[in-house]
Ligand binder design. Sequence first.
Ligand code: NAP
Length: 344
Amino acid sequence: MAEEVSNKQVVLKDYVVGFPKESDMEVKTSNINLKLPEDSNGILLKNLYLSCDPYMRSRMTNRDRASYVESFLPGSPIIGYGVSKVLDSRHPNFKAGDLVWGFTGWEEYSVVSSPQLSFKIEHTDVPLSYYTGILGMPGITAYAGLYEIGSAKKGDHVFVSAASGAVGQLVGQLAKLTGCYVVGSAGSKEKVDLLKNKFGFDEAFNYKEEEDLDATLKRYFPEGIDIYFENVGGKMLDAVLLNMRPHGRIPVCGLISQYNLQQPEGVYNLSNIIAKRIRMEGFIAFDHYHLYPKYLEMILPYIREGKVSYVEDVAEGLENAPSALIGIFSGRNVGKQLVVVARE
Ligand code: NAP
């Protein structure tokens, strides 16, 4: 039986140049049939939580630069990671009632036609929203970046930028659990307090208040940095290069300070990479999804035992999704930014 319901959606109006604005998106309503057609091999989802992630900015650009994701289609709902409930399935791996995380639309209901990137949620004793962050893509990013790319080990001196965000807060805590000395940077006093008092970083500073980042890093790392978990790029990267130890590692996770610039900033201290034999390596979460079961085995007990803390910034309702998304580019979010569409 056909069952049409209304479907609220967040649509990208047009490609974005420079910093994104709320008015680049609009909330619209269309209709959707809650029964999949017989010839479908997809899944029909009721979306519960949506994730606001910095990489989504690159999808708002009419692509002329190299990227690993396709641009959004103006006039269509934004696509991103989310947590959803399967309402109907024509795919052999999923059935109605399953909870999943993976790519979905910024709307109340979505049809995902190739659900190979949807992960079934097996552990529901932890908040479902965690699958947009610590138990989802940002979690694997932190884990793979720190251990697979950064080769973190006990005693390493680790610096994390954008440290209170979804990825950074976890990188710092995992590094502490590994026995590293850990310093984080963030953009407000509130965030610095969180890093030191909730996430257990050894030290933290507000980069917006530091005039000479090189001197700041020398103060916190008099013997140099072994691992710089790179989330921001720009001036911070340049200052870090001056302070790396020989054979240091720089997992390049993101360069958020550059995402909205029409002309990326230059990096000037690259000769340190040679002189200090630094290994600087970019990586992408989805190349490491095969590690997800191993990661869950490690992180779930840490969450249950309270050995890892996790802070979320929760926006209520699709109407507030555009503002939540653009907020991450000015640091308005405190912790992982997500949007609640429905609570089951
Ligand atoms: P998030 O929680 O959304 O946090 C973003 C934070 O970045 C903001 O709260 C802000 O905090 C900081 N920021 C924004 N603009 C900045 C600027 N111009 N300069 C310095 N800091 C700025 O982010 P996330 O999800 O943890 O992501 C962190 C980084 O990892 C991003 O670069 C993202 O693209 C990258 N990432 C990469 C992968 C991958 O597969 N490679 C996967 C996930 C994330 P402050 O208040 O501290 O400025």
